[in-house]
Design a protein. Structure first.
Length: 365
């Protein structure tokens, strides 16, 4: 096991559970529990059902090894030392550790992302079945064959054809219908806000587009590395290390995850604003380019305006006509690519042209 793997120093069960039960702690991947799961898998027929059952067992082991804690400015960077010391992680850390366990077992799996939440996915090409393993929620370790939609190519085929990440739709209202009757769906969703975009109403059947989530899927190893970069960039940003955060995001061209238009690129917008305010304008543009290159081809939302918006703000800050002219060119391209009149983009183009005129008027001959 590579010492850089998050699981390399983890002991199971977590200290609070060991103390309560009076049990000893063991290395996660050498523990009796994990070895039992390994034996179960190796002696099985390795059908898709067998693999799904093993993945569920792995999720249970990980839940017993680390606790959940939401990300905040006090969160430690995600690495083997910190997760072993703190015994806590958000969904990113749980997903990475579970993925490393599945890799140790030799099970092909994928890492998926939907509405700022991550989980493991399994796909069976022979039967066209799909299964999700949400490490944090036992009830969401379930078959999702009828809960995901895609075009002509399923996620695995998209990746096999050279896509950096596969795109599909996760219908979370279908997932919620799988819950046992004893679970209050409104309470369940309230505790797991990623499941749908809120409209201020409690859960109800037939939530429509608010329960249709953009799901991005990556192979396990690059998926884990991506989660590490995005998580640690977030920690850098929360602690005012804006250039370090930008450096991590700079490696994610084409695969930056938080691009669902309903999230408004909120976090990366804050990062670019902070970079511009401290004078790191080139880095702000680099981050905006990474995000722009990561947008889905069919995304005609205001996300497309993010890059020219950042360039316009940088141009104003630096009084740079060439950057502003490039911003204007991008606005024009966006407007011309849309089938209908876009008042927002047109307004921004008018504002950019006015700014350019004022810059030229202020330039001495």
């Amino acid at each position: 096991m590579d010492e850089r793997y998050l699981s390399s120093q983890l002991l199971t069960p977590k200290s609070s559970m060991a103390e309560k039960e009076g049990s000893s702690r063991e290395s996660l991947l050498g523990s009796r529990e994990f070895c039992n799961v390994k034996s179960m898998y190796e002696s099985s027929s390795k059908t898709f059902d067998d693999i799904a059952k093993v993945a569920e067992r792995v999720a249970g082991i990980v839940r017993n090894t680390i606790d959940f804690r939401a990300t905040s400015h006090s969160s430690s960077p995600l690495n083997a030392d910190n997760i072993a010391k703190d015994e806590v992680a958000n969904c990113y850390g749980h997903t990475i550790v579970a993925s490393e366990c599945l890799e140790e077992l030799g099970i092909e799996h994928f890492i998926s992302y939907a509405n700022q939440h991550t989980f493991i996915t399994l796909f069976d090409r022979d039967s066209n079945r799909s299964f999700m393993v949400d490490i944090l929620t036992k009830e969401l370790c379930c078959e999702i064959t009828d809960a995901i939609g895609f075009g002509n190519k399923d996620p695995v085929e998209q990746l096999n054809c050279g896509e950096l990440r596969a795109k599909s739709t996760l219908y979370t209202d279908v997932l919620l219908q799988k819950l046992p009757p004893s679970i209050n769906k409104s309470d369940f969703v309230a505790q797991r806000e990623w499941l749908m975009f809120s409209d201020g109403w409690d859960y109800r059947d037939g939530f429509g587009t608010k329960a249709m989530l953009q799901m991005l899927t990556l192979p396990s190893v690059p998926g884990r590395l991506l989660l590490l970069d995005e998580y640690n960039a977030r920690i850098d940003q929360l602690n005012g290390r804006y250039e370090e955060a930008a450096g991590r995001i700079g490696d994610l061209s084409g695969i930056y995850l938080d691009i669902d238009p309903r999230n408004n690129l909120a976090e990366v917008s804050k990062l670019c604003k902070s970079l511009i305010n401290q004078g790191s304008t080139d880095l702000a543009i680099e981050v905006a380019i990474v995000v722009n290159d990561s947008l889905l081809p069919e995304d005609y939302s205001k996300n497309r305006l993010f890059l020219p918006d950042i360039m316009r703000k940088v141009a104003r800050q630096k009084n740079d006509k060439s950057i502003l002219e490039e911003s204007i060119h991008l606005y024009e391209e966006i407007i011309n690519s849309k089938p209908r009149y876009d008042s927002l983009a047109t307004g921004k183009l008018i504002a950019a042209n006015k700014l350019l005129k004022s810059m030229k008027d202020a330039t001495p001959f």
